[in-house]
Design a protein around this ligand. Structure first.
Ligand SMILES: NC(=O)c1ccc[n+]([C@@H]2O[C@H](COP(=O)([O-])OP(=O)(O)OC[C@H]3O[C@@H](n4cnc5c(N)ncnc54)[C@H](OP(=O)(O)O)[C@@H]3O)[C@@H](O)[C@H]2O)c1
Length: 264
């Protein structure tokens, strides 16, 4: 098992005082027993951060896998998300998420998408209250622009701790990363493989050099760049291999090359 722990250097600081493991396990499109099985394998393999959402319809299975794993609650970072069409029923949705997951707090609750394209200030106010009550340790957003994030900050004085956005070597955006960090917003990347070209020659070359796979190079690049990454797989071998990235290190030149990959 790979111990990625919650306190090693493999976390990003979450304002004001928390930590988020840089590697999480994504669960979109995992349903029913497949979801429970995959999350169980992920916990066995050493993942200590699970990403789900009300909209994924698998919170109960994620909760069952957590309960069966024997991993103490405070050793796993659990994220779920408010669907944009649940605006106005945030509290009920949160209660359902907690019940489904079988936990009494979330590590991270995200607004899944800007509701109707708006920043959703009213929802954000409920998020801030829920955090104040200890029901959620950290609060953030997903698929938000910086302007939308600034609107939430201006409305409440509380900046989202995380923005979960589509990210990969082919979507690397230094200015967005810097502007997010300047605001204290951790960038959490999703679809690291779906948003990449897994047979790209440069990635293949790097992977061959280290005797690793392209997905492992992509994972390693995220971690060395300090970007949270949450790959999904339904297959045990892939779940294990995607986290088996601690026996090699990309050079500064390789990191820079991966930053600037294009699909062409
Ligand atoms: N906030 C949002 O709006 C949002 C949107 C999308 C995703 N997400 C989150 O981010 C997570 C990850 O994103 P994602 O699920 O879109 O895509 P992803 O993790 O980039 O890719 C998943 C796909 O890659 C395959 N795969 C996994 N490991 C592989 C490997 N080693 N080699 C080759 N193929 C591999 C999987 O197939 P198998 O399952 O067959 O292995 C699956 O088809 C989601 O599960 C979800 O938690 C959030």
């Amino acid at each position: 098992m790979t111990d990625i722990g919650l306190t090693s250097e493999l976390t990003a600081p979450l304002p004001p005082s928390g930590q988020i493991p840089l590697i999480g396990f994504g669960t979109w499109q995992l349903r029913g027993d497949e979801a429970r099985q995959a999350v169980s394998w992920a916990l066995e393999a050493g993942y200590r951060h699970i990403d789900t959402a009300t909209g994924y319809g698998n919170e109960q299975q994620v909760g069952a896998a957590l309960a069966d794993s024997g991993v103490p609650r405070d050793q796993v970072f659990v994220t779920t998300k408010l669907p944009p069409d649940h605006v106005g029923r945030e509290r009920r949705t949160l209660r359902e998420s907690l019940d489904n997951l079988g936990v009494d707090y979330l590590d991270l609750w995200l607004i899944h998408w800007p509701p109707n394209g708006t920043p959703g200030e009213d929802s954000w106010k409920v998020f801030v209250e829920a955090q104040g009550e200890g029901l959620v340790r950290n609060i953030g957003v997903s698929n938000y622009s910086l302007d939308q994030i600034d609107t939430l900050t201006n409305a409440t004085g509380v900046t989202p701790a995380v923005n979960q956005i589509k990210w990969s070597p082919f979507l690397f955006d230094r200015s967005l990363l810097d502007a997010s960090r300047k605001r204290g917003v951790v960038v959490e990347g999703y679809s690291p493989f779906r948003a990449a070209k897994l047979d790209h020659p440069e990635l293949t070359q790097i992977a061959e050099k280290y005797g690793k796979t392209v997905p492992q190079v992509i994972m390693r690049w995220h971690v060395q760049r300090g970007i949270v990454v949450i790959p999904k797989s339904a297959q045990r071998e892939r779940i294990e291999s995607n986290i088996d990235i601690f026996d090699f290190e990309l050079s500064a030149d390789e990191l820079n090359a991966v930053d600037h990959l294009t699909e062409a």
